[in-house]
Design a protein around this ligand. Structure first.
Ligand SMILES: NC(=O)c1ccc[n+]([C@@H]2O[C@H](COP(=O)([O-])OP(=O)(O)OC[C@H]3O[C@@H](n4cnc5c(N)ncnc54)[C@H](OP(=O)(O)O)[C@@H]3O)[C@@H](O)[C@H]2O)c1
Length: 317
């Protein structure tokens, strides 16, 4: 079967949690071709994407790569753009996002989808420090002024944070779950590995409908207390919540974070922002992604699907 006439979508960060969901969903839809951007074409995740039918393009997401990016975007009808985790005090996220967008425009890409977050600086009048939110919002503002059709997605907190970055620990017969939110604060969460792709597929299938739109992706709105209760019910393990949302709580469980004070400030600033102002702006319809894709996993479904029992997991490509 010839695949040449299917629209081609370039996926940056294709081995990331968001990116692999996007690449795999587009390919499995059989409606798109995918060019997957990665730094390592022989990584297990890049090989998996290649096996699914992706064309692999080796290009890192870093500043000073515009020429390579333009070449890699050439011929693409659409591009999924994301910025990888960049820890403060490093400040390259906004310029990197702008470079990705500029390269897509220069290459003549038809529609871009950028994974953004809220402008915490503007919303809080500069009182909360969360550059990995604000920098993405600044990139989105920049994209709005570019001569290109565009949409934004905005993912809730990842469930995978608890598996990857805030892993629980065993004390006696009890698993302690240090969570970066107050015990009774219900926050939006999502599984980036399964929820990102269906939304991006919908956007690239109907780019005119979503031009200029910002679409939140949410799997559950749930408090740490409910998360721990659900975890106990699903796994049968004894588990307790522990506070990792204050500086003392965070550093008691993750003393290694103290090596980077800007990172600690950012984690605390992000959580204070989410608690005091809400993670998403009030204008967003937080049910949208679950209506679009009723298969979007809530926390309980995420636990059942992944079989997670408190072990630390890595999602590195
Ligand atoms: N955690 C949350 O709760 C949450 C919520 C909303 C948004 N976000 C945002 O999501 C983004 C991260 O997405 P993710 O978790 O899906 O990514 P991820 O799984 O951490 O993967 C990042 C990917 O970026 C690629 N990459 C390319 N160039 C890179 C470079 N110079 N440095 C580091 N990585 C590079 C790597 O792929 P190769 O090795 O194949 O090149 C890697 O697979 C961050 O911007 C974060 O702010 C996070």
């Amino acid at each position: 079967m010839s695949t040449d006439n299917k629209p081609l979508i370039a996926v940056t960060g294709a081995t990331s949690k968001q990116g692999r969901s996007v690449a795999a969903t587009l390919l499995q839809s059989q409606r798109f071709r995918v060019r997957a951007f990665t730094r390592r074409k022989d990584s297990p995740e890049a090989l998996r994407l290649e096996k699914l039918g992706a064309e692999i393009a080796v290009v890192p997401l870093e500043l000073g790569r515009k020429k390579e990016l333009v070449a890699a975007f050439k011929g693409a009808d659409g591009a999924f753009l994301m910025t990888p985790p960049i820890l403060p005090p490093e400040t390259s996220e906004a310029p990197l996002g702008r470079q990705l967008a500029d390269a897509a425009v220069e290459a003549g890409v038809g529609h871009i989808v950028f994974s953004t977050l809220e402008n915490v600086d503007t919303i809080t009048g500069g009182t909360k420090y969360a550059p990995h939110f604000t920098d993405k919002a600044r990139v989105a503002d920049y994209i709005r002024r570019l001569p290109i059709s565009h949409s934004f997605i905005m993912l809730a907190f990842f469930y995978t944070n608890l598996l990857e970055y805030y892993a629980p620990r065993m004390e006696g017969d009890t698993l302690l779950l240090p969570i970066y939110l107050p015990e009774d604060f219900a926050a939006p969460f999502v599984d980036p590995l399964t929820a990102t792709g269906p939304v991006v597929l919908e956007i690239f299938s109907n780019p005119e409908r979503y031009n200029g739109k910002t679409l939140p992706i949410v799997g559950d709105i749930i408090s740490p207390r409910e998360m721990v209760e659900t975890f106990q019910r699903v796994t049968g393990l004894k588990a307790e919540y522990r506070n990792a949302f204050t500086r003392d709580g965070l550093l008691a469980y993750f003393p290694e974070f103290a090596a980077n004070e800007s990172f600690v400030r950012e984690l605390l600033g992000m959580v204070e922002y989410a608690v005091e102002y809400g993670y998403f702006g009030k204008e967003h319809d937080l049910e949208w992604s679950r209506r679009l894709n009723p298969g979007t996993l809530n926390w309980e479904q995420f636990l059942r699907t992944t079989g997670w029992r408190g072990d630390k997991r890595s999602f590195a490509g």
